[in-house]
Ligand binder design. Sequence first.
Ligand SMILES: [Cu+2]
Length: 127
Amino acid sequence: MAKNIFYIVSIFVLIIIAGFIFLKGGAVQENTNIQPGIIQGETQKVVLSQEDLNYKDVIVKNGQPILLSADGSVNGCLRSVVFNIEGRRYSKYLRTTEDTLQLPALKKGTYTFSCSMGMGYGKLIVE
Ligand SMILES: [Cu+2]
């Protein structure tokens, strides 16, 4: 008899734990709404290249932080990139193809950026 009660209690405890995990999982799922500036998900790598005197447009996914670099076609001051995103400035001189600039996860939209001198422009399209 004592054994049966032990089993019943154990099953109840398991159900409660399982329910708790399930509910918690549900709550986390709901919080996956993309918010700007919040680092979440896997980082996506983006390589800039140059087209005439500007940057080629680049397309990225929303909600994933971005790690930006520039390939060998990007010359001179265009290697110094500047983003102004929601009041924050992100800039770096990408001296070699190995140098990177980290950008936060972004929401859908088109973000323009330029070289540090404002000569060359590009579009970062977030889908
Ligand atoms: Cu420039």
